[in-house]
Write a protein that binds this ligand. Structure first.
Ligand SMILES: [Zn+2]
Length: 388
């Protein structure tokens, strides 16, 4: 390429254009910033100095002085809700809704935000009203998701089932595991009202929605056992192993109980030994240990505890081993063993917990739905020793 003289003129021209463009931008920024009240800058300053409370007060002033700052309204409203200041969040979004000339899209967004404020504040009736009004609008997807959450919190299981079915069609996201739980919840209510037949039908619906519903088989077993049909109960419970082997930890005590009722406990112990070989866990061990010490004596139980302690060392198993040794101990050793066992038992009892795999919430009781984060099937079915 040949060098042409006019390039020498072109370079300074480009610099001049760039400088001009920069000046225009700066001018524009300065003009815009002059239009904003001082409180805005004070707010930003507070934010930069990590003083969020003072920043909020400054931004609130901006909102009062400049009602056109709609995005700031939304940002503050959302912030108040996240901080748990529901009254302020509700006022923010109600103010927006009362404004004349608000664009339709923004009005619907403000309604959706207000519905979420009510939901978080536990005002379920009001939240339900707001989201129901949004069902015929472009916000219907969000509205139905929150309505489902409201029905679950209200324990209105039939409405939850209907809402989940529509949501499944809308979003193409399967909700069959949740729907099976809703049917199981209906079954629980029917069983509590003394309607085992209706409860049985609800459980059949649960399995229709989700063939892998462990809970449905577990509850079907409970219904059969309560009616004295122990053979059928054992069959229901043993099906759980084909769905989720880990959930057998929740089932073993029930199976043994029914074998005991049938007068066939040794058969149950035999089954449990085989299960323990396939699916060793602390909870399965715990049930097996008690059954073995009852049917085969302290020596067999002690042997079992030693094996488990080697497989998975835990305080609970050590407690079992001391218990078995205590039965055979000489009178002189017994007192010390008793003290040791007491200490370890108290400690291990305090530590054994079920835990939510989603949010880490720990509980003594097993939950199908985490009481902390609201997720279904997030609890590990096996208890573990937890530090706190
Ligand atoms: Zn959780």
């Amino acid at each position: 390429m040949e060098f042409e003289l006019w390039w020498l003129l072109a370079f300074p021209l480009f610099f001049a254009l760039g400088w001009l463009a920069a000046r225009v931008d700066i001018k524009q920024v300065v003009t815009e910033s002059r239009a904003l009240p001082n409180s805005y800058f004070r707010g930003v300053n507070f934010l930069l100095n990590e003083q969020p409370d003072k920043a909020i007060e400054a931004f609130l002033e901006v909102v009062k002085l400049e009602p056109e700052t709609i995005d700031l309204h939304f940002a503050l409203g959302g912030l108040f809700r996240r901080r748990g200041e529901f009254d302020r969040a509700i006022r923010m979004h109600e103010n927006l809704l009362e404004r004349e000339g608000l664009a339709e899209e923004q009005r619907l967004r403000a309604m959706s935000e207000l519905g979420q404020d009510y939901l978080k504040a536990g005002l379920l009736d009001r939240a339900e009203q707001v989201f129901t009004r949004l069902l015929d609008t472009p916000q219907h997807g969000v509205a139905r998701t929150y309505l489902l959450e409201i029905y679950v919190q209200e324990k209105d299981w039939q409405k939850a089932i209907d809402a989940a079915r529509i949501l499944e069609k809308d979003t193409h996201k399967p909700l069959n595991a949740e729907i099976a739980h809703f049917h199981c919840e209906l079954a629980l209510l029917e069983a509590a009202k003394g309607n085992p037949d209706a409860a049985g039908k609800a459980l059949a619906e649960a399995l229709k929605a989700n063939r892998q519903s462990v809970r449905a088989n577990l509850m079907a077993g409970d219904l059969d056992a309560a009616a004295g049909r122990h053979e059928a109960a054992i069959a229901d419970w043993r099906l759980v192993e084909t769905q989720s082997a880990a959930h057998m930890a929740l089932v073993v005590d029930r199976v043994l109980g029914s074998y005991r009722q049938l007068g066939r406990l040794p058969e149950g112990v035999q089954w449990l030994r085989a299960l323990y070989a396939r699916q060793p866990s602390q909870d399965v061990f715990g049930a097996l240990y008690l059954a073995v010490s009852e049917t085969e004596g302290a020596a067999a139980a002690s042997q079992l505890a030693r094996e488990e302690l080697r497989r998975s060392p835990s305080l609970r198993t050590l407690d079992r081993l001391l218990e078995a040794q205590l039965l055979d101990a000489a009178p002189g050793e017994r007192e010390l063993l008793q003290v040791e066992k007491g200490l370890i038992a108290a400690h291990s009892q305090r530590m054994m917990r079920y835990q939510c795999g989603s949010c880490g919430f720990k509980a003594k009781q097993f939950f199908w739905r985490c009481p902390a984060c609201g997720r279904w099937d997030s609890f590990d079915p096996e208890r573990r020793e937890a530090e706190n």
